[in-house]
Design a protein around this ligand. Structure first.
Ligand code: PMT
Length: 403
């Protein structure tokens, strides 16, 4: 499984001779289908000009915390939120010390502090600097904080020394980076996920639908795969590439989705209903394109089956997770849906028109309500990319699912 495909990788380049290898790293990450954005420190710019990386990545290089133009385009907090993973390569002894001490005195160290994405440190320095007790103590602190560390390698160094401290080969960095996204929290489980909108035909060329892009559901499918689950993704019409190794069933209408989800849930352990299913469909679908005659027209609608409620009521041992898309009274409405649909968990998101989260956005922020023995508990998940949020939600679901 290519775990880097469609991942948003923020690459922090600090000032060491190994910075030249970062150019190759950008290309190899792009070969894996990753989207790469770059932050350089001022000392990195002494080794390689930002233009080199800009040409390779096709995006402006972020260098300055106090540049109003850069902040207006994609500010440091936005950059921090954008990333699915934050790789520091090369990470010099100084940058590692900054991370350990929580310094925020340049753009790179500030974004590291502000980011919730998994951090990957790829050390590169002279062998004596690497062996120094201060550096070793700093590395120990990073390990204790569960920060991912790749390398270093040993061998001959640019300064003429021989020993440990060389940046890991680019091919090895790429090969090991995928592991950041992998775990076995759902190994052996079958997870069924609905995603995207449904389309309810009016005539051969028109339909009723909604703004769901499928991004949240597809991110959940990818995160469940990375957690070792067998995944059936039941998708309404989207523009997205289906996750490798998921069994994907493409559907159009709510009735199609109902049938596909009911079939897939026969042997499932967890059902996550992320799709924005149309609540109603036209009673009659015109066989031919409806002509524009009158000033007004009306379409009679009938209720669609509630896929989630049907499935949760007919499968006692299935762990059911719904979504609640609300424009107001988020918790009140989500609690009502949790109880009425007899769910184990509901993930509530705000989908107001002025919201930067919810329908067809890259980010989301949710409140999760779940049944805990006799009471309903609540857990907040702050705004971040749907990829990161999906990982957090899958971890949470795996914790709450009785294994
Ligand atoms: O696809 P994106 O652009 O990434 O956007 C993500 C999202 C906003 C669509 C997603 O996060 C979300 O909130 N999905 C649920 C949308 C919705 O229809 O919510 P609801 O509150 O109307 O429905 C409650 C639950 O019942 C949902 O789990 C829904 O899948 C399910 N349902 C609803 C109606 C129906 N007939 N059958 C269902 O199964």
């Amino acid at each position: 499984m290519n775990l880097l495909r469609q991942k948003r990788i923020l690459l922090g380049i600090s000032g060491g001779i190994a910075a030249y290898k970062s150019a190759e790293l950008i290309r190899r990450l792009q070969d894996q289908g990753a989207d790469v954005r770059i932050i350089m420190t001022s000392s990195a710019m002494e080794f390689v000009k930002p233009l080199t990386y800009q040409a390779l990545s096709s995006y402006p290089i972020h260098t300055d915390l106090l540049d109003p133009n850069a902040e207006a385009a994609m500010g440091h907090i936005e950059l921090a939120r954008w990333a699915d993973v934050f790789v520091i390569a090369p990470a010099t002894a100084n940058t590692i010390a900054q991370i350990v001490h929580g310094e925020a005195n340049d753009l790179l160290s500030t974004v590291i502090l502000a980011s919730r994405a998994p951090l990957v440190v790829v050390p590169a320095m002279n062998q004596a600097m690497w062996a120094n007790a201060a550096t070793q103590a700093n590395m120990q602190t990073l390990r204790e904080r569960h920060i991912n560390i790749l390398g270093p390698d040993s061998g001959s160094q640019a300064c003429g020394d021989v020993g440990e401290g060389r940046m890991l080969d680019v091919a090895d960095i790429v090969a090991q980076l995928g592991d950041v996204f992998k775990n076995d929290q759902l190994a052996g489980k079958h997870v069924v996920i609905t995603a995207g909108p449904t389309r309810e035909a009016i005539d051969p060329v028109r339909y009723i639908s909604n703004h769901s892009s499928g991004k949240m559901g597809y991110a959940l499918a990818q995160a469940a795969l990375e957690a070792g689950a067998a995944v059936t993704l039941i998708s309404g019409p989207t523009q997205l590439t289906t996750p490798e190794r998921a069994t994907t069933v493409q559907v159009i209408s709510a009735l199609d989705m109902h049938k596909a989800a009911s079939d897939a849930c026969q042997d499932a352990d967890i059902f996550i209903a992320c799709a924005a299913v149309a609540d109603y469909r036209p009673i009659d679908i015109a066989e031919q394109k409806i002509k524009k005659n009158d000033d007004e027209m009306s379409i009679s609608l009938t209720k669609n089956p509630d896929i989630l409620a049907d499935i949760s009521h007919s499968h006692d041992s299935l762990f059911t997770v719904g979504f609640a898309a609300e424009t107001h009274d988020l918790i009140k409405h989500a609690t009502g849906k949790l109880e009425r649909k007899k769910l184990n968990m509901i993930i509530a998101n705000n989908v107001g028109a002025d919201s930067s989260t919810g329908f067809n956005t890259d980010d989301n922020a949710v409140e999760v309500l779940y049944q805990d023995k006799t009471s309903i508990k609540q857990q907040s998940f702050a705004q971040c990319s749907k990829t990161i949020l999906a990982k957090q939600l899958i971890t949470f679901i795996a914790e709450k699912h009785p294994s």
